[in-house]
Design a protein around this ligand. Structure first.
Ligand code: BMA
Length: 320
């Protein structure tokens, strides 16, 4: 109960018909559908589903729905298959797309994980229609994933959030920011949001979840924290806020997590205890979050944007 004697309500409310998409909804045989990127296109919701086939290799498939919940029109065949002949870094699949509309280009940028022989890395493709994609190739070497672009430039440069992993002992895996004049050459790399340490829910390993969302108060960031326990990892979600003009400035960061695996489809799957969003869309003041459940299915949860911002004001640690 809260101070007023009301039940404590979660910031994100799960859709009662979750999971909204499973492998049984696909028009072809596969192992799992999860971790989808999301976009609103002419009032329709477009998802770029991560589909893992029964070899274990992932590809991306486009699904469209007028209401964003039911009656998905899913491409009959994989929409974007890995192309190891032309892009050797995609040999073991393409995963976890994050979609950003690049306003000045009038194009959608899809930043995804390519699973190379040297480990996972960050690749970029551009599309106008989620049918045809122009690959731009790898933009960050391995091991790096959980990346997304901002929709605008900052002082002439594009900015990318991403999560490189270092083998240097005990440094942790943090969210970094990098800049580019042309979406191809990247530099000025620096740690933006470090993983916490010790017993925290987001100790040692964190990563960006969906792309940054522009709000009046700053860029809203939803990120996952990976807590290692004796019975495996737990993937949970927390919030941060970046300065609108200068995304290198972290204005606030949740101390507590706001969403964790709780339901059967989040707790039991190919990888247990995982909620993993790669996409969200804003409808008025409501955020619709699309997330993978236990690396097996796709689920939807909604939250009110003003409540998330208020939460950050109350629970957020103000940085620097
Ligand atoms: C991460 C990514 C995600 C996956 C998660 C849990 O490292 O590979 O695709 O959902 O692990 O297995």
């Amino acid at each position: 109960m809260d101070m007023n004697g009301l039940p404590v309500r979660d910031l994100f409310q799960r859709h009662p018909d979750n999971p909204i998409l499973t492998v049984r909804d696909l028009p072809y045989r596969a192992n799992s559908v999860f971790n989808a990127g999301a976009a609103l296109v002419d009032g329709e919701t477009v998802l770029l589903l991560r589909v893992e086939d029964r070899r274990g290799i992932s590809h991306l498939t486009t699904a469209r729905s007028k209401n964003g919940i039911y009656r998905w029109r899913i491409d009959e065949q994989p929409t974007l298959m890995p192309s190891p002949e032309t892009h050797p870094e995609e040999i073991w699949g393409i995963e976890d797309p994050r979609i950003t509309y690049l306003e000045e280009e009038g194009l959608w940028a899809v930043v995804y994980t390519a699973y190379s022989e040297g480990g996972p890395l960050v690749s970029l493709a551009l599309t106008e229609d989620f049918r045809h994609f122009e690959r731009q190739g790898p933009i960050m070497p391995p091991e790096d994933k959980d990346a997304a672009l901002f929709p605008v430039r900052f002082q002439g440069r594009w900015a990318l959030l991403h999560r490189p992993v270092s083998t240097f002992p005990a440094v942790g895996a943090h969210i970094w920011i990098s800049f580019s004049p042309d979406l191809k050459h990247w530099g000025d790399h620096r740690i933006l949001i470090p993983a916490r340490r010790g017993a925290w829910w987001d100790a040692n390993k964190i990563g960006l979840s969906p792309p940054p969302l522009r709000t009046e108060e700053g860029w809203l960031i939803l990120y996952h924290g990976v807590r290692t326990t004796a019975s495996g990892a737990i993937y949970r979600l927390g919030l941060a806020l970046l300065d609108l003009e200068d995304p290198q400035r972290v204005l606030a960061r949740s101390s507590q997590w706001i969403m964790a695996p709780e339901t059967a489809y989040e707790i039991f799957g190919d990888v247990d205890k995982v909620v993993f969003p790669c996409g969200w869309v804003l409808k008025g003041e409501e955020i619709w979050l699309y997330y993978g459940g236990a690396d097996k299915c796709l689920a939807l949860a909604t939250a009110r944007l003003p409540e998330l911002l208020q939460w950050l004001r109350e629970d957020g640690e103000v940085e620097g």
